[in-house]
Design a protein. Structure first.
Length: 312
């Protein structure tokens, strides 16, 4: 609906952002955790698609969107999908928290085109109180990413949001029938590119283009080929390169963080602690111990590597 007849009551609700993806380097998509007061709220039509997920205790809500009225009890995990171009309004009986995710029209359109779906089957449609377990898995993974003190590589968020769009347009079955692996030469080409650009912002779009594949298909083939998602592989390689440079002792920790693609030194320390189980300082000390005949250097533990959340 592009023209909604406003309700007679005045706009009385307020919204306060608790967390935002601004500054995290996400492009074409974003997320925000917001507290919403009781009262009436109106939102204009935006040029991007929105998903609002209820967080916390149930709240009675009434809304008007796409010329339809809905009255419901919003429970934890209930998702409302509002396509670009639709405005709307709603009222909440009590204050609540909403985790909002947005996708630009270009971001969604690229995903749709890459799935080669018929236009009639590739539309994002308004949905209310959507409860899809696989979609919720992606939402809560992105929610955790937004609330983390040190966010992962933007590749991870991009992978989650791409999977969300695929799920919303119903393109997942098409991917299942196209499983396989990357050709050896192409796999080597992709890995060489990653290695040469670890210090830069990598995107799924450029890696998929390098392989001549759609982003959804590339994600599947990469995982089938290397046994790990793209974002997880990149983080592991950054940690391994940072470890090598730290043990060489020629550069400062802050410079090594930048040279290996981390946002800053504490970001690097976070992921080294998560994957290696040690801080950069402890790693350097372990390197000094390794110089003795009985010493050893900390190695990346695959069990720790698997703790990085994996989108389905």
């Amino acid at each position: 609906m592009n023209a909604v007849t406003p309700l007679p009551q005045p706009h009385s609700g307020s919204r306060i952002a608790l967390r935002s993806s601004k500054g995290l380097g996400w492009r074409g998509f974003g997320a925000e955790l917001t507290t919403v007061s009781a009262g009436l709220h109106r939102l204009p039509a935006f040029n991007y698609h929105r998903v609002g997920v209820h967080v916390g205790a149930p709240v009675r809500a009434r809304c008007l969107c796409n010329e339809q009225r809905h009255s419901r009890l919003q429970a934890h995990g209930d998702a409302d999908v509002i396509p670009a171009g639709l405005d709307g309004q709603w009222s909440d009986d009590e204050a609540c928290t909403i985790f909002g995710v947005w996708f630009s029209e270009d971001f969604a359109l690229r995903t749709v085109e890459q799935l080669a779906l018929k236009s009639a089957d590739a539309q994002l449609r308004p949905q209310f109180q959507m409860r899809d377990p696989r979609f919720q898995h992606l939402v809560w993974a992105l929610h955790a990413e937004l609330e983390a003190d040190d966010a992962s590589d933007p590749l991870y968020a991009e992978s989650l949001c791409t999977a969300m769009v695929v799920r919303l347009i119903g393109g997942a079955p098409a991917l299942e029938s196209r499983r396989g692996t990357l050709a050896p030469k192409m796999a080597a080409r992709v890995i060489e590119f990653i290695e040469a650009h670890l210090d830069q912002r990598l995107t799924l779009s450029e890696l998929a283009a390098l392989a001549g594949l759609s982003v959804p298909h590339f994600k599947v083939l990469f995982r089938e080929t290397f046994g790990t998602p793209v974002h997880q592989y990149v983080v592991q390689r950054r940690v391994e390169r940072a470890k090598t440079l730290l043990l060489q002792g020629k550069l400062s920790a802050s410079q090594i963080a930048l040279d290996t693609g981390f946002a800053h030194q504490s970001h690097m320390a976070h992921w080294m602690g998560r994957l290696l189980g040690v801080t950069p300082r402890e790693l350097i000390k372990s390197g000094a111990v390794a110089d003795s005949p009985s010493g050893s250097v900390v190695e990346l533990d695959p069990r720790n590597a698997r703790r990085i959340a994996t989108p389905q």
